[in-house]
Design a protein around this ligand. Structure first.
Ligand code: EPZ
Length: 427
């Protein structure tokens, strides 16, 4: 296992390339199941989760080739070809390592008429059930069976009829599974109260490029007219709005500035609003987004919410930045039940954060101090790195594999902003 050593206190400044979005790529990759023609995805980030998903697709008999991109390039081009599917089972040993594997359920069911996927189980931030995925697929006509830790979905006489479903709560993954199952259904499907995250729009745009007929893209109601088959496509994955927001917080906590190359303000409005409320300058530029914290940080009050609300995936990173604000901020985490695991570690670095249930009060402190800290989940890990960049002395963040799941070449990108960071093997 690796760790990252950060010698904090330096003001960051520079340009950092934002990679393709992990949470878009993880729903675009399984679309390869929906066609027997080549699907080429550009701007794929080099991340452990993407490698894991590629391996899962290979298990199904899907060939994946990476176009020649130099090691120093960011963003890869991957072509997936699925003329024949040799297995429609996503096994436990792969799913347990990457819960996003559940996103093969809908497209595999659509392609093969039957799909078996190991139940993903919970993770550090919550128990994360998949009941809405299953209810949506049933509404589209699937028969669902649960046995021995697996879910098996079956389409009546090999094809889904389509149907209507209104999500009781907004779910990104369940929306994605339902859309991927509906695009080649035999009839029309109507989905209400769907997630509206930009990653869902990216999915719908790819499927449209493959020949799907989807109305209402970007709204909370979708009408999908099933088509007999989808064709191949070449598609560029959107930029990672969460990675961009994370580097914005990193620059801001150091009183620095950054150009977030390829970041798109229209996908980050709630994050941009929170940064501006905290006194951070944010300006769209031709090449991306310009961030500058040239004055004291101000406290803010934020509740996470489904898009276009403030992203739960940005909560830990913003909290780290607000540790240096002049005053007390109030954060409320409404999406996941256990997403404050970064708090004890931030407090060990001199922060003053009190949590009660879903609410955290972040009392700003004049200084953070370096410490040895432990990463627990992806975004919590990034919040510790952000705090370390502002802390005096040295911070060591252990269990870097959590970060490698969602931040491409983190130490390299931080170095581009002038941070003094080093990645070393951890005994
Ligand atoms: C996606 O997870 C993201 N992951 C998460 O990002 C993100 O935090 C989350 O959406 C919310 O934006 C990927 O896209 C791969 P949900 P997902 O279904 O789809 C409950 C990161 O850091 N729920 O929108 O699993 C669930 O428990 C990761 O990049 C049910 O009750 O999230 C949660 O409380 C972490 N039943 C809420 O809905 C279900 O069937 C939102 O979950 C499904 C979800």
């Amino acid at each position: 296992m690796d760790k990252i050593i950060i010698r904090g206190g330096k003001r960051l400044s520079g340009t950092v390339p934002i990679s393709g979005a992990k949470n878009a790529a993880l729903t675009l990759l399984p679309c390869a199941l929906l066609t027997d023609e080549p699907l080429t995805l550009r701007n794929l980030p080099r991340l452990a989760d993407i490698d894991g998903f590629q391996h899962l697709m290979n298990q199904f008999g899907i060939s994946t080739t990476i176009a020649g991109s130099r090691p120093e390039d960011f963003g890869r081009v991957m072509t997936l070809e699925a003329p024949r599917i040799t297995s429609n089972v996503a096994p436990y040993d792969l799913v347990r390592k990457m819960r996003a594997s559940i996103l093969v359920l809908g497209p595999m069911l659509a392609r093969m008429g039957e799909a078996t996927v190991s139940l993903p189980g919970g993770c550090a931030i919550g128990n994360r059930p998949i009941d809405l995925h299953l209810k949506a697929l049933e509404a589209l006509g699937a028969q669902i069976e649960l046995a021995s830790g697996y879910v098996r979905a079956i389409a009546p006489d090999g094809g889904l009829p389509g149907g209507r479903y209104s999500f009781p709560i907004v779910s990104v993954g369940a929306t994605e599974n339902a859309i991927m199952a509906a695009v080649t259904a035999r009839g029309k499907s109507t989905l209400q109260n769907v997630a509206r995250e930009p990653e869902i729009v990216d999915l719908c745009n790819l499927l449209t490029a493959m020949g799907a007929e989807i109305e209402g893209i970007g709204t909370s109601g979708l009408t999908i007219h099933g088509v007999p088959r989808l064709h191949g496509a070449t598609y560029r994955v959107m930029s990672d709005r969460i990675e961009a927001g994370s580097y914005a917080c990193a620059a801001a906590i150091t009183g620095g500035e950054a150009v977030l190359k390829n970041a798109r303000i229209e996908e980050m409005e709630s994050t941009v609003q929170a940064l501006r409320d905290a006194g951070v300058t944010v300006e769209p530029r031709a090449e991306g987004l310009y961030i500058a914290a040239d004055g004291p940080l101000r406290p803010v009050t934020i509740s996470t919410a489904p898009y276009p609300g403030f992203a739960t995936d940005m909560q830990a990173q913003l909290m780290a930045m607000l540790c240096r604000a002049e005053g007390s901020s109030v954060l409320t985490e409404t999406i996941f039940e256990n997403r404050y695991m970064h708090v004890p570690e931030l407090n060990r670095m001199g922060a003053h954060i009190e949590t009660s249930g879903r609410t955290a009060i972040v009392h700003g402190v004049p200084q953070l101090s370096g410490a040895e800290v432990m990463a627990t989940d992806l975004r919590a890990s990034m919040s510790l790195v952000i705090a370390g960049l502002a802390a005096q002395e040295e911070t060591q963040v252990h269990r870097l594999y959590h970060l490698d799941r969602g931040y491409e070449r983190l130490e390299e990108k931080l170095s581009l902003l002038g941070a003094d960071v080093e990645r070393v093997g951890d005994d």
